[in-house]
Design a protein around this ligand. Structure first.
Ligand code: FAD
Length: 339
């Protein structure tokens, strides 16, 4: 086990924040994970598992051990004429995995193309985009229990997936190291999801109206590249807040006051509101404050133009949250993990 001290985390977070970790190590196998968990250092120090760092905001130096999860591998564990089931290592790059599936014409994750980060973090917040969430395909999530070092497989149901939610963000937070996920994809009779209108429009513009795994993936990539900042050029962690679900009564009240209020059904009594609309209505879209700001095309994305501090981004997020609460009586919840 190679543990480094006082390591700069700038290369390990897509927000591009400078912060240092007291200790840093990487694990590449379950045996590495078990040895680490049994070590004195791990027991003594607080710790966090890290994938691609695309869903974290570092507000200060990390006074503990950062464990970068780098377990690799893709294995077909079951296959028939219609479906294929794969076990994929937590440290695999998510988008590279999606591209692998697209190249084989395996359907199910094409709408989740170009999401940054690792496979192991995908179940954490049940990644979702363009009408699809990963929970639809996940069979099991395997990992190591921190308390005992035991390797456990959790069923889809046990993961308690919800909108940007899972057990791993709550009871199992920092107590379960995800080592791999097992998921099922279709080989034929794909159930394409083009409920997000822009996909169909983009396919038309691209002159590729035939629905296929590849065409939908290409359309999603095209839409994402035109709307979202590339973290390699502008620091960000994607959507900073979740879309709030509000009670139907509050929705009806707000709709009278703001007739253009967009919404979509959530459950019987709840209505989901796009957080981006709420933030834009409060005047934040495109605002900059020194090195940081709110993205000019997508107000849900907070950005670091270079040299911005995590603490200041967090303060900006809290100011946005406060103004949305004041204007709409809605409390936005962060989607990003704040450290
Ligand atoms: C430009 C951009 C666009 C994005 N678009 C989307 C989108 O469309 N939909 C979406 O859902 N998300 C999106 N995201 C957010 C992010 O990419 C995803 O949440 C992604 O799954 C995070 O992966 P990661 O490996 O970078 O996780 P990290 O940021 O490294 O970690 C996130 C959390 O998971 C924990 N964790 C990571 N790996 C493990 C592990 N193996 N075991 C246990 N815990 C672990 C960490 O401790 C942390 O709490 C976007 C981000 C960016 C920058």
């Amino acid at each position: 086990m190679n543990v480094q001290e006082n390591i700069e985390l700038l290369p390990y977070n897509t927000f591009g924040i400078k912060a240092r970790a007291k200790y840093f190590t990487a694990i590449r196998s379950i045996a590495d994970a078990q040895a680490l968990i049994a070590s004195d250092l791990f027991r003594k120090e607080k710790h966090i598992f890290l994938g691609g760092g695309s869903n974290i905001l570092l507000t200060k130096d990390y006074d503990g051990l950062v464990v970068k999860v780098e377990l690799q591998g893709k294995e077909v564990v079951q296959e028939d004429d219609d479906t294929v089931t794969l076990k994929v290592g937590a440290g695999e790059n998510w988008h590279a995995f999606v591209m692998h599936c697209v190249a084989q014409d395996w359907g199910g994750v094409e709408n989740l193309s170009l999401i940054p980060g690792t496979v192991g973090a995908a179940p954490m917040q049940n990644i979702g985009a363009y009408g699809v969430e990963i929970k639809k395909n996940i069979l099991t999530v395997e990992g190591v229990e921190i308390g005992s070092g035991t390797v456990t497989s959790m069923s889809n149901e046990a993961c308690r997936f919800g909108y940007r939610e899972s057990i791993f963000k709550h009871e199992a937070k920092d107590k379960f190291l995800i080592s791999s996920i097992t998921l099922t994809l279709t080989k034929k009779n794909h159930a394409f999801n083009i409920s997000y209108g822009a996909i169909e429009e983009t396919l038309k513009q691209m002159g590729r109206e035939k629905l296929s795994v590849k065409n939908i993936s290409d359309a999603v990539i095209h839409i994402r590249q035109s709307k979202l900042p590339d973290p390699a050029r502008v620091g960000n962690a994607g959507s900073f807040f979740k879309n709030p679900s509000i009670h139907a009564d509050l929705h009806d009240f707000l709709k009278k006051r703001y007739p253009s209020l967009p919404s979509f059904p959530s459950t019987d009594s709840l209505v989901k509101i796009p957080a981006a609309w709420l933030i834009e209505q409060c005047g934040w879209k495109g605002k900059t404050f020194g090195a940081i700001g709110v993205h000019p095309l997508q107000p849900l994305v907070l950005v670091n133009y270079g040299g911005g501090e995590g603490e200041k981004i967090w303060q900006l997020a809290m100011d946005i949250q406060g103004s949305v609460k004041e204007k709409f009586d809605i409390i936005l919840q962060p989607e990003v993990n704040v450290l």
